[in-house]
Design a protein around this ligand. Sequence first.
Ligand code: SAM
Length: 321
Amino acid sequence: MTALPELPAAFEERLRVIVPPAHLAEALASFTRPRPLTVRVNTLRADPGAVAAELTALGLTVLPLPWCPEALHLPDGDRRVLTESAPVCDGRAYVQGQSSLLATLALDPRPGEENLDLAAAPGGKTLHIAARMADRGRLAAIEPIRGRFFRLKANIARAGATIVALYQKDGRAVGGAVPDRFDRVLLDAPCSSEARFTRLDPASWAHWSPRKVAEAAKKQRGLLASALTALRPGGRLVYCTCSFAPEENERVVSDALARRPEVDVVPWQAPIAPTQPGLVRWDGRELDPRLVRAVRVLPNAERDGFFVCVLTKAAASARDA
Ligand code: SAM
C-alpha cells in the first residue's frame, strides 16, 4: 500500500499550534478519511422522512441528525449513489456538510425577514436560509464570478425558492449601496479552504501558501466591512470560513471590532462537539478578547473544520465600506 502524501509542512505546523493538544490526533486523522456525507432535505419541496425512505431504498444507511431536523447523515455512504439519486438531482435534497449547516443555524433566519447572503455560490447556505424562512420575505444573494453565479441560479431554480434575488456583483460594494438594510447577513467568506484539504487528493492544497492566506484575509476585511454596513442596527451577522488560519478568522473580526465601536460579538453555542473558542492571541499579537465568543468547529470523522463568529451592531454606523 502506498503512503498518502503529507499535508504541506507549514500548514501542519500551524495546525499543531492552533488545535488544542487533546483534539490534535483526531483533527490530523480527519485529513486521511473520505469526506463525511450529509444531505439537507429541501423542506420547501419535500419531507425529510420521505427522502430518507427513498435513499434507504437505494441501499444507503440514513441516520437523522438530531441538531438539524431537515438533514440526514449517511455514514460510509457512497457519494456517487447519493449525488445521482432522484432527490438530489431534482432539488429535493442538497449534499451539504455538517459544518455548512451550522452557518444557517447560527444565523437563525425567520420567515418574513429581509436577509443577505454576501458570498452565495453555489448556494447551499442560500437555500438553507430560504427554507428556514419558509420562502417568505426576501433574500438577496451575491456572487461576482460568472460561472459560479449561473450555477447558483440553477440551484435556486431547481430547489423552487422564490424569495431569492440574485446579483452578480462584488460583495464589497453592497454595504455602501444599501447601508443599514438587512435583518440578517451571512458572510461565508471566500477563503483558503484549508478545512477542505484531504490527503486523498493533494490537488486540494495545490493553491495554498501563506501568501494566499494573506490575500484571502485582505478580501475578507473588505467583505466584512461591507457586510457590517449592510446590516441594520440590531441585526445579526454571521462571519464564517472553512479555513483554520487566524489571519482569515479572528484577525479579520478583531480588526473590524477595533474600527467599529458599535459592533459586538454575540455568544453562540454550537450544537455539536468538539469545538474550541476563538483565539484571543496569535503570532505574538493580542486580539479583541470578545473573540473568545467565536466558535472553531474542530474536524473529526463526522465534519470538517469551520470558523463561526456571530456579530451585531448598535445604532451608530461607521461607514467604512
Ligand atoms: N455560501 C456558499 C455555499 O454555501 O454554497 C459558499 C461560498 S464560498 C465559501 C465563497 C464564495 O464567495 C465563492 O463562490 C466566491 O466566488 C465568492 N466570492 C469571491 N469573491 C467575492 C466578492 N468579492 N464578493 C462576493 N463573493 C465573492
